[in-house]
Write a protein that binds this ligand. Sequence first.
Ligand code: THU
Length: 134
Amino acid sequence: MENQELVSRAIKARRLSYSPYSNFKVGSVVLCRDGKIYEGANIENSSYPLCMCGERNAIYHALMNGEAKEDILAVAIVGDSIGVTAPCGACRQVISELLNEDSLVILGNVKGDMEVHQVKELLPFAFSKKDLGK
Ligand code: THU
């Protein structure tokens, strides 16, 4: 599937967002090797720290359907940003552990702007299981 198509699918996933506090809808999709797509959107809560980002929901959605790290090819993330929507630090940490370093992180916005990065670019010097001796 083309990267631009993944951005379009992430734009559609924004409809699933529950974001009455920020009014900033984030949609995300994960593409797996078998062609399956898993959607996610940000889900907020009146207890603000409980808010969950769209891309983490999409990645967890893929894992909860039995997808393995090796089978995740790309994650696309889209919000209504001036430039492309950058993943937050917490999501970079999760992406760096649950996706392969060569997998794609496709950043977009609702205007259709797009940038393509690799997981390894997002979080240099990340905390990882190596730090735990694992
Ligand atoms: N948000 C995401 O879904 N992903 C990010 O990487 C950045 C922020 C959400 C969290 C919150 O619901 C809203 O955007 C405003 O921060």
